[in-house]
Structure formats: structure tokens, C-alpha cells
Design a protein around this ligand. Structure first.
Ligand SMILES: Cc1ncc(COP(=O)(O)O)c(C=O)c1O
Length: 393
């Protein structure tokens, strides 16, 4: 039996890590932290037979109402359930955005660096992806303004601008309130949609809240905000939402998947509804944030003790990632090769660029591993980087 399974090509999870490897590049939660009990309890409460039917296109009404109440309580702004559209998570939402708001060949602006798998979705839709610089305050909106003006001089405008405003993947940077307002002003001036992927907004590790979500800056209906249960609860739910004015969301009813199959994921939506209404989501998110905050402190201290002092980073205040800047003397590709030899993996900076910019950086995450593995992972990194003594040596 075991032999037959080993030879099978059937897989059970998206990511399979080689035996003995610690993959610090991986951006997903640790299995042991996933909320199985909450899901079990919520599933055992299912008593609506209609939830097994094709659902309303915008998503199950109970889900939208419960989500509106939950987001109002955690975002600090009023969220109207009529401004929410159910999704299968931000990956699917992004595909829907591309299908509905763009046509092949359209220009879209994205951050450089950005979430690399989003680039795959833009390629699926044959979009002309143009990079915008990112600094400590997130997307450089004045650089975007220059690019928009240049595009206008060619008689063109972008289909949308994609931004990860809070605890960005991969840099961890958060777009300041001033830049958020400026980005919305640009969207009004140049008539494009701001697609804000706010996947990490609700995962912060300090007492200082980030600026409100992008929807709070939306004066005239140019912003759609994508949110997901993947990071605050469980990726396997495949559940999320788009938040925006109804005029911007209405075209999603024409997305073929919804037109044919009805509203997305009614069963997961009902589970999430119970989890939100019973207060379990808030309880879980709070405990997850405190576990992750502990891991950030631990990893920051371990890295500081172990890596050469010309490797630079800022400890993340939310989200999933450390973004380490390497000095010129360290070649990123060679460092990764040495990491693999030591049994630890990471993600190299160029991966996150829409145009292959060779960012002299690497991305690490602390979400998939508990403390002991993080410590061991950093010990291996230190051997690959050359350790603290390497600079003088
Ligand atoms: C910026 C960003 N967007 C989207 C996703 C995927 O979200 P979902 O699981 O909701 O599809 C991730 C996950 O790593 C992410 O980092």
C-alpha cells in the first residue's frame, strides 16, 4: 500500500518540501496553526438547505452582511454589505478583475518588486505590465504620476494600477496615508481603477495601526479592495471579498464563472459567517497575530546575531515577510545556491520583478515554521551567508 502511494503522481498539498529542507521562502501558514476546530464547529452548525443551491451572484446574502459587520469592526470604517462581492480569495479576485476591467494588450502598473504570482495572472490575460518603484513607504506614487503622464502623451491610459498597500509582499512596506490619497487622486485624474490587494491588512504585530484600507480614501468610486480569509483564517477555505462601490462591482456579475456557476463558494461563506458571528475569527486572528509577533522578534534577534552586519532589513510590523538587502559583495544567486547546500531555502529578489530587476534582496517568512525550525533555519542561513565574521574576513 505504502509503496503504491509513493509511486503515485497524486499530490495532497500545493507545496511539497524536500525531506530535511527548511524553506524559509514559503509564504503560507503552518499546518499546526490552522483552525480545524473552528471549521468543524461551524460546519456542524450548517442548517440551511438552500446553501447547497447555486448562490446569488454577489455571494450569499448572510455572508455579505456578516462580513460587512466584521470588517466595520476591524477596519475602523463603515463597510456596507452592498459594497461587498464574494470571491474565492484574492488570486481568483485578481483573475476576475483582469477579465472584467482589461483587454489583452492593456497597460497595467504594478509595484517593482511585487507579489510574483500575481504576475502570472497578468500574463494569463496578456497585459502590458509596467513597473513602478517601491520604497520604505510603499509604491512611489510620484514615479507613477510620471509614468501616467508619459502614457497619456501616447494617447493611452492604464486599465488599472495594482498595489499591495499594507505590509507589502515582499518588502513589508506600508503605503502612507498621504500616498494613498495621492494614488486615489491620480486614479480620478487619469480614469483608472486602483486594485488594492489588502491581503495582509489585518495581520499586524505592533500597537500602531496602519492607515485605513484603501476604500477609506475612495472619493468617487475608483478603488476596489481585495480581501481574503487565507491569511487571517485558512487558505483552504478559498474565500474572500472585493470591496468597492456597487457601480464598480456590478460588472463582476458578467464574469463567466459567476454567470454560469452562481455566487462563489456558498458553503465556505456560510462557515465563515458562523465563524465571524460567534466571535471565533477575532479570537483566532488575535492569537495568530500574537504568535506571529513572537516569531518576528525571535527571527529578527536570530538574524541579527548570525548574519554579517552589512546585510540590512527592517523587522516587519505586519504581514508575512522579512526582506533582506544584500551588500554588493554578496551575489544573490550564489547565496541561494549555498543556502540549498546547507538545507535552507529562500526567495531571490529578481523573482518579484515584472521586468527581471535584479533586486539585491531575498525574502524570508516566519509563518510556516515554529521557533525551533526558525532557529535552525537561521543557523543554516548564517553558514550560507558567511556569518557575522564574514565581512571582516
Ligand atoms: C499579495 C498577495 N496576494 C494574494 C495572495 C493569495 O491570496 P489568496 O489565497 O486569497 O488567493 C497572496 C498570498 O501569498 C499574497 O501575498
Amino acid at each position: 500500500m505504502l509503496g503504491a502511494m509513493a509511486a503515485s503522481t497524486i499530490r495532497y498539498q500545493q507545496v511539497e518540501i524536500p525531506e530535511g529542507m527548511i524553506d524559509l521562502g514559503l509564504g503560507q501558514p503552518q499546518n499546526e496553526l490552522l483552525p480545524l476546530d473552528h471549521v468543524r464547529r461551524a460546519a456542524s452548525c450548517i442548517d440551511r438547505i438552500d446553501i447547497l443551491q447555486y448562490g446569488a451572484e454577489w455571494g450569499d446574502g448572510w455572508y455579505r452582511v456578516a462580513l460587512g459587520e466584521y470588517l466595520t469592526s476591524v477596519y475602523g470604517i463603515a463597510v456596507d454589505p452592498e459594497h461587498l462581492f464574494a470571491t474565492n480569495g484574492n488570486s481568483q479576485a485578481l483573475d476576475m478583475v483582469c477579465s472584467v476591467y482589461s483587454r489583452p494588450g492593456d497597460v497595467v502598473f504594478v509595484e517593482d518588486p511585487t507579489y510574483f504570482i500575481a504576475l502570472r495572472t497578468f500574463a494569463d490575460h496578456h497585459l502590458d505590465v509596467r513597473p513602478v518603484r517601491v520604497d520604505d513607504e510603499g509604491m512611489d506614487v510620484e514615479h507613477l504620476a510620471e509614468l501616467l503622464a508619459a502614457l497619456r502623451s501616447e494617447g493611452r491610459s492604464p486599465a488599472f494600477v495594482h498595489v499591495i498597500p499594507t505590509f507589502q509582499n515582499p518588502t513589508g512596506a506600508t503605503l502612507s496615508a498621504e500616498r494613498r490619497a495621492r494614488l486615489v487622486a491620480l486614479s480620478e485624474e487619469y480614469h483608472f481603477v486602483v486594485v488594492a490587494d489588502e491581503v495582509y491588512h489585518l495581520l499586524r504585530y505592533t500597537d500602531v495601526p496602519p492607515p485605513p484600507p484603501m476604500a477609506a480614501f475612495d472619493g468617487s468610486g475608483t478603488v476596489v479592495s481585495l480581501g481574503t480569509f487565507s491569511k487571517i483564517f485558512a487558505p483552504g477555505l478559498r474565500l474572500g471579498w472585493v470591496h468597492g462601490v456597487p457601480e464598480l462591482l456590478a460588472p463582476f456579475e458578467d464574469y463567466g464563472v459567476v454567470t454560469s456557476g452562481g455566487g462563489l463558494n456558498p458553503i465556505s461563506g456560510l462557515i465563515a459567517t458562523t465563524v465571524m458571528q460567534e466571535g471565533w475569527l477575532e479570537e483566532y486572528r488575535t492569537s495568530l497575530s500574537s504568535i506571529y509577533a513572537g516569531r518576528v522578534s525571535l527571527m529578527d534577534a536570530e538574524l541579527r546575531a548570525a548574519l554579517p552586519d552589512d546585510v540590512m532589513w527592517t523587522a516587519p510590523t505586519g504581514g508575512y515577510f522579512f526582506w533582506l538587502g544584500l551588500p554588493a559583495r554578496l551575489d544573490v544567486g550564489a547565496v541561494r545556491a549555498r543556502c540549498l547546500d546547507q538545507g535552507v531555502d529562500l526567495r531571490v529578489g529578481s523573482l518579484f520583478s515584472p521586468i527581471g530587476t535584479p533586486h539585491p534582496c531575498v525574502r524570508l517568512s516566519f509563518t510556516f515554521y515554529a521557533d525551533d525550525d526558525l532557529r535552525e533555519g537561521v543557523r543554516r542561513l548564517a553558514r550560507a551567508f558567511g556569518g557575522r565574521e564574514a565581512r571582516s574576513g
